[in-house]
Design a protein around this ligand. Structure first.
Ligand code: 6CM
Length: 258
């Protein structure tokens, strides 16, 4: 087991996870630890220059303007608190390919290129073209993980999904009509339980989920900065609101999944 300092969350998966045999595993494990540590930081703790660009009820979205070789790669950090759903449910709907067309409005086509294990998949996705830029595609691994809640040992586990670009020799970048984008995304979900005072059983009315969503997308090729920033400003709030409403709708008549 890894050595922990006080207050640190253990994030080493069980040694029996079949994914640890895979060539991508060292990268998956390293990125998940790094992304979770960054997602757990408050906006004040992760450097300067963060601007609040969208707010709606409990949802707050921040971005930091950054460019690499003239291309916009603005990091985004969003926090939201949603009633009636758990972190495990939110991560399951985000990770599981069978739900993706239901909530991902920018998606044109999705293929699972490789199933590394139940919790680790490699995806190829094409996204809808946004005028005047070329259409984009992306190849990324996606990993879902349960993190023990060491700050409240009796509380529900914390769940995360990390997506990170990778290469696929069968699907090389920039050979067809699509420009390859490169992304790192982390969804971190913490369930809060507000137990009924009369000791009644916990229902959906007694839970809420604190969601942190962080992303960095490199558009991979020419895209006008002003259009790209306008697209992000419109699409990210739309995504988080639509996705969380979808999870609420899908789970409302199902038993809670912690
Ligand atoms: O994280 C999100 N979705 C995941 C599952 O699909 C995954 C994939 C993200 C791909 C995001 C691509 C957005 C489209 C970017 C277009 C860029 C270039 C266009 C040029 C315009 C001038 O992580 C939710 C992603 C929500 C995105 C709004």
């Amino acid at each position: 087991r890894e050595k922990l300092k006080t207050g640190q969350i253990p994030i080493t998966p069980p040694p029996t996870s079949p994914a640890i045999q895979h060539r991508l595993w060292p990268e998956v494990d390293r990125l998940v630890k790094q992304q979770v540590a960054m997602a757990r930081m408050g906006i004040g703790e992760c450097g300067t220059g963060w601007q609040l660009f969208a707010e709606d009820g409990e949802m707050k979205m921040y971005r930091r303007e950054e460019e690499v070789d003239g291309m916009v790669v603005d990091p985004l950090k969003a926090v939201h608190v949603v009633k009636g759903i758990t972190g495990h449910e939110v991560c399951d709907y985000f990770f599981n390919p069978k739900y993706r067309y239901d909530w991902e409005t920018t998606l044109e086509h999705m293929t699972v290129l490789e199933t590394i294990s139940d919790d680790t998949l490699v995806f190829l996705q094409t996204h809808k073209r946004i005028w005047p830029a070329s259409q984009r595609d992306v190849v990324f691994w996606s990993h879902m993980r349960k993190l023990p809640n060491d700050q409240d040992r009796d509380g529900p586990d914390i769940w995360t999904v990390v997506n990170n670009s990778t290469e696929s020799p069968e699907h090389p970048a920039n050979v067809g009509k699509c420009v390859r984008i490169y992304l790192t995304v982390c969804l971190l979900c913490q369930t809060r339980v507000h137990p009924p005072k009369d000791g009644a059983p916990i229902t959906r009315n007694n839970v809420s989920c604190k969601i942190t969503y962080c992303s960095v997308v490199n558009p991979g090729g020419w895209a006008p900065a002003s259009v790209l920033r306008a697209v992000y400003k419109r699409e990210y709030p739309k995504f988080l609101k639509r996705f969380t409403s979808y999870v609420i709708n899908q789970t409302k008549n199902k038993p809670l999944m912690f």
